[in-house]
Design a protein around this ligand. Structure first.
Ligand code: BTN
Length: 229
C-alpha cells in the first residue's frame, strides 16, 4: 500500500500552489477552503468551506504522458464515490452525477518538471450558482450521497494507489467503461477552433479519437480540449 503523507490546512489560496513546495512523492495537501482556487483554462474554482480540496504530489522522472495521470485520477475518483452515485467521467477528467459536474481535476507541473501536482476539488455540501458557471453543477449532498470528506479522501487515495500500478491499457479500458459520451456526436472546443464529430473512444495514449462525418478524412486525435454533447 502506497504511503501518502497528509498535510491539513484550514485555509489556503490554492492547494496546488502550496503542493508545489512539497518535494516528497505522495504528499497530499488538503485545505478546508481555498481563497484562490484554480480551475482549468484559467478559471476560478469556487472553494467555500464544506467542500473537499486537495492536491497530490507525484514525483516521476519519466513524466512523459501527463494525460494518463489525468485519466487515472478521474477513474480513481469515480471508483471512490459510493456506487449509488452512479458517477461518470466526462473527458478528460470531470466527474458528473446525473449529468452535472460534482468534481474537477487540475494537473500542473512544479518548477521541477519531474514533479506533478494532481489537484482535485469536490462539491460536497454546496455548489456554485449556475449563473457563475458555464455548466450545470451539483454537490454530493444535493444528490443525497452520504459520505464524509475523510472517508472520500481515504477511499480516493486507496483507489489512486492501486490504479497507479496498472498498465496504461488497463487504465484506458476502465476509464472508457466509466465514461459518458462514447459513440455520441460531440463538439470539441480547442485552444484554437471547434470540431464536431463522433467520440470513438481513447487511443493507446489516452487521447480522444474524434471521427468526423467526412469518411475520407482521418480521425482527429485530441489531447486537450473541452467536450460538449
Ligand atoms: C476544473 O476546472 O474542473 C478543475 C478544478 C480543480 C480544482 C482543484 S481544488 C484543489 C486544487 N487546487 C486548486 O487551486 N485547484 C484544484
Amino acid at each position: 500500500m502506497t504511503d501518502f503523507t497528509i498535510y491539513n490546512f484550514t485555509s489556503l489560496e490554492s492547494t496546488n500552489d502550496t503542493a508545489k513546495n512539497y518535494t516528497d512523492n505522495f504528499s497530499v495537501i488538503v485545505a478546508g477552503e481555498q481563497t484562490k482556487g484554480k480551475g482549468r483554462r484559467g478559471k476560478t474554482w469556487i472553494s467555500p468551506k464544506g467542500g473537499l480540496y486537495f492536491s497530490v504530489v507525484i514525483t516521476d522522472p519519466d513524466l512523459l504522458n501527463l494525460g494518463i495521470y489525468s485519466l487515472t485520477a478521474a477513474l480513481s475518483l469515480c471508483e471512490a464515490l459510493p456506487a449509488e452515485a452512479n458517477a461518470k467521467i466526462k473527458w478528460p477528467n470531470d466527474i458528473l452525477i446525473g449529468g452535472k459536474k460534482v468534481s474537477g481535476i487540475l494537473l500542473e507541473t512544479a518548477t521541477d518538471p519531474s514533479r506533478l501536482i494532481i489537484g482535485i476539488g469536490i462539491n460536497i455540501s454546496s455548489f456554485p450558482k449556475e449563473s457563475l458557471l458555464s455548466y450545470a453543477a451539483t454537490s454530493l449532498k444535493n444528490e443525497n450521497i452520504t459520505i464524509t470528506k475523510d472517508e472520500l479522501l481515504a477511499s480516493l487515495l486507496d483507489r489512486l494507489a492501486n490504479n497507479l500500478t496498472l498498465p496504461l491499457q488497463q487504465i484506458i479500458t476502465l476509464w472508457q467503461k466509466n465514461a459518458i459520451g462514447i459513440g455520441k456526436d460531440i463538439k470539441v472546443t480547442l485552444a484554437k477552433g471547434t470540431l464536431f464529430g463522433v467520440f470513438k473512444g481513447l487511443d493507446a495514449k489516452g487521447n480522444l479519437i474524434l471521427s468526423t462525418k467526412n469518411k475520407e478524412k482521418p480521425d482527429k486525435i485530441i489531447s486537450c480540449g473541452e467536450i460538449y454533447f
